[in-house]
Write a protein that binds this ligand. Sequence first.
Ligand SMILES: [Fe+2]
Ligand SMILES: [Fe+2]
Length: 406
Amino acid sequence: MTASRHDRPRGAGIAYRYSIHDEIMQHRDRIDLLEISTEDYIVRERRLGADAEMRLLGEALDQFPGVAHGISLSLGTVEPPPEWYLRATNRFLEDSGLRIFSEHLAFHSVDGNDLTMFLGMPFTEESVRWIASKYEAVKASLGRPFALENVTYLFPVPHCPLDEAIFFRRICEETDASLLLDVTNLFNNSQNHGYDVGEFLDRYPLERVSQIHLAGGFLTDQGTWEDSHSEPVMEPVWELYEEVIRRTNCEIVILERDSKFHPFEKVVADVDRAREVFWRCRDAEADFVPKDPFHGVADSLISLNPDVPEFAQLKGFQRAMMARITSGDYRAFYAEDPQRAAADVGLTDETWRKRLAHCDLGSMDRLAKSWTAILKQEDEVQSAYESSEWAAWAELLDEPDTVASQ
Ligand SMILES: [Fe+2]
Ligand SMILES: [Fe+2]
C-alpha cells in the first residue's frame, strides 16, 4: 500500500454529499477534508440513483483528503456483522483509497428489521464484552482499527450499572478502538437526559478521541433537542467543541449537514469557525502520528459467537425491544403477559426484564410510529427503483458485488 493523501487527514471539513459537490469544489480553500458516507456507495439503490460510477466522488477525493463513515453496521446488535456490509465496505475502501473509517456505538437492526434510528446500548458489562468481540471481528475483516461514535439516543436503558462515559472507557480498555466524539450528540444527550457535560468529559476517555463531529439541530416543542443536521451549530456546542479540541489530540473535525444547504455560505461559515478553533489550538507543522494506522487486510473474520449463554439476555432484550417497536401483535402480547412475551424471545433474567419493562413508553411509541413511516417509505422507494431505468441497467452489471443490496 503506497502513501496517500488519505493517510493523514488533518483539520476541519464537511460531510460530503453528492448534491453539494459543486459547492464543495468551489469552496476548496475553506475546507480541509471530507468525510464520505459509505452508505451512499454500498447500497445499490442509493448509488445507482446518484453517482453510479463514483465519478464525482473521484473528482472530490482528487482535491481533498478524506475519511469514511459507515452507518448500517449496528455494532451493538447481538448478531454477526452483515456479510454484505463487510464485503461492500471493504470493496469501497479499496476502490476509494480511503484509510480511516468510523461507525456508531449503538444498535438499530435486529432480526432483519432496521429501525434506521439509533437505540442506546444498555450500559452493562455484557454489552462491553459483546461490543469488544464484534469490534475485533469487524476490525479483522476491514483490516484496520476504526473509530466508534457516540449517538443521540431517545432514552437511556434504565437500571444499568454503568453510565455512558464509563461504558466508553470500558470499551477502550477492552479494544484498541479510537473514538469519534460527536459533540452535538453529547450536548443533546446531556440536555435531554439531564446530566452535567463537564462532569461527563472528566470521566470519558478523551485520550482516545481521534475525530469530532459537529452538527446543528433544534429544540422541539416538548423541550428536547433534535439531532436534525439541518441548522447552524448551536452556541453551547461551539463552547464544548473548543474544550474538547483543547483536551484531546483529535486531528479530524467534520461538520455534518444533511439538508438546508442553501445559501451554502451559511454552511461553510460553520466550517470556517471549526477551522479557526482547530488551527488556533494545533501546530500546523507538527509531525503527528495518525490515530487509525492502516494495518493491511486480514484473511478472514475472527470467530464471533452471538449464541453463547453470556450474551443470551442482552440478545433477548434487544429482540424484545425491537419486537415491541415493530410488531403490533407482539405489543398486544406484551401488554397482556409481559413475562411470557419476554420469555418467548429468550428474555428470562429478572433484571433484564425490568430494564425492558421500564423503558420510556413515550419514546417507544414514537419509535413504533416512525417504524410504520419507514415501511411505507421503503415501499415507495422500492417501487420507484423497480420502475426506473437504473434497475434495468443494474441487471446488466458484470459484477453484481460491486454494489450490494441491503
Ligand atoms: Fe455518524
Ligand atoms: Fe455524528
